[in-house]
Ligand binder design. Structure first.
Ligand SMILES: Cc1cc2nc3c(=O)[nH]c(=O)nc-3n(C[C@H](O)[C@H](O)[C@H](O)COP(=O)(O)OP(=O)(O)OC[C@H]3O[C@@H](n4cnc5c(N)ncnc54)[C@H](O)[C@@H]3O)c2cc1C
Length: 400
């Protein structure tokens, strides 16, 4: 591990221990994004992970920077998720933005002074982004006028800029899609009521309405034709980031269960002395090790042809393992596992949320299923017994 990665992971671990863990319950009660905390994350170098040093970033490769969310996930998976989205937008800004955009925004984004988020989902268009309506019209002076509505916008009302995927014509399909960064103070942008979530209440989320919003062409991040492709690449990075954050969550759940069960006495010994409890926690520990290996391998694959498939494997496996880990660890504490101060209920809800965001577990299965069909096409044919699939009509098999 490079000294730089070592230092940034230590900074993320300290941030989780000193800033997130002691305060997350209060943040949830206050229901407000902890801007002072994200300012501290910026000062610690956690908001420009993949951006070049020339723009104030850390210049880490994706495969290394993604490990930061495992450390932040020890504190809170939703906070880790929000910072991961900011980092992805900052990476896109520094890698694909115009020079004018970089001059105006890059240093504020890498330092965390300004926050960014990504807006792809629409009310009618979640798992199926091809049904997107938000539409940009290109004006004679090069500016874009945008009309439409986005849904599930994280950091809604809090981010300073929204990296928004839009269509630029009425043609069906994705060939006309682009990504443009819309500043929060652009006239015509507004937000719906905040979603009422059961946990992670400090993360503001709502619909975002774009009513004749005019944006400079300097803010085009991905030109026409690359909006969906670039958006999906961003989502692959996000999927692996979520898997990384889930590993922190699993570690936090496991450590809570260990810290409690080594003290809880029953039948003349501690619960941790019971074989059955060791087996339960042993499974969590194995799933955690497997999850770590998987997300790190997926992170290495980002940007290669294997990237989308590996991201799907990580997003399919790890959040499911995190749900199981949070529930198992709750069970290990018995009734105490349900009480607020132990925080396991919060972890269960977070893990379930992480199964949905940035492409659900089922959508990952669809990606994996497509890859399996491609593989099947290249394999030799095995004979199918006579009567199996020779016609399209299902045939009743006569009883002997
Ligand atoms: C906490 C949170 C934060 C979010 N933040 C953002 C954000 O900042 N920016 C943004 O753009 N989006 C954001 N999202 C949106 C998120 O990416 C979507 O919720 C997700 O893509 C699923 O879309 P949907 O909720 O519309 O579900 P739907 O698409 O309506 O899916 C409903 C169900 O159908 C299943 N399904 C879909 N397709 C298939 C299939 N082919 N086979 C079998 N089952 C299928 C799904 O898995 C799901 O179980 C956020 C979501 C959450 C929960």
């Amino acid at each position: 591990m490079s000294a730089k990665l070592d230092a940034i992971l230590a900074a993320a671990r300290d941030h989780a221990r000193d800033v997130i863990t002691p305060n997350v319950a209060t943040w949830n009660t206050e229901r407000a994004w902890p801007r002072a905390a994200s300012d501290k994350a910026g000062a610690a170098g956690l908001t420009g992970l993949y951006a070049p040093e020339a723009w104030g970033g850390q210049g880490l490769p994706l495969a290394e920077g993604i490990q930061v969310y495992e450390q932040l996930g020890l504190g809170d998976g939703a906070y880790a998720f929000a910072l991961s989205m900011h980092n992805i937008c900052t990476f896109a800004a520094c890698g694909y933005g115009t020079e004018a955009f970089k001059e105006a925004w890059a240093r504020d984004l890498t330092s965390g002074r300004k926050l960014a988020n990504f807006a792809l989902t629409e009310p009618q268009s979640g798992s199926d982004p091809m049904t997107m309506y938000t539409r940009a019209t290109i004006n004679g002076d090069g500016t874009w006028t945008i009309r439409g509505a986005k849904a599930w916008v994280s950091l809604a009302t809090e981010a300073d800029i929204y990296f928004t995927v839009v269509k630029t014509s009425d043609a069906p399909g994705h060939k006309d899609m682009a990504m443009i960064a819309i500043p929060a103070d652009a006239p015509g942008i507004s937000f719906g009521p905040l979603y009422d979530t059961p946990s992670y209440r400090f993360l503001p989320m709502s619909e975002m309405y774009l009513d004749e919003v005019v944006v400079s062409e300097d803010n085009i991040i991905l030109p026409i034709g690359q909006g969906l492709q670039g958006g999906l690449m961003a989502i692959d990075i996000a999927r692996v980031s979520i898997a990384s954050g889930c590993c922190g969550l699993m570690q936090a759940a496991l450590d809570t269960a260990l810290s409690y069960s080594k003290n809880r006495k029953m039948f003349g010994r501690t619960t941790l002395d019971l074989d059955g409890i060791q087996w339960m926690l042993g499974e969590v520990a194995t799933d955690l090790e497997a999850s770590r290996l998987l997300y790190r391998k997926a992170a290495e694959a980002l940007g290669t042809p294997e990237g989308p498939l590996m991201a799907a494997h990580a997003k399919r496996f790890v959040p499911d393992a995190a749900v199981k880990a949070a529930n198992t660890c709750t069970q290990v504490l018995g009734g105490m596992g349900l009480l607020q101060p132990y925080g396991l209920d919060r972890l269960s809800r977070l893990a379930q949320m992480l199964r949905i965001v940035d492409g659900t577990t089922e959508v990952s299965r669809v990606v994996i299923g497509r890859a399996l069909k491609k593989r099947a096409a290249g394999l030799p044919d095995l004979p199918v017994p006579k009567g199996y699939g020779e016609t399209d009509e299902p045939k009743a098999v006569a009883a002997e």
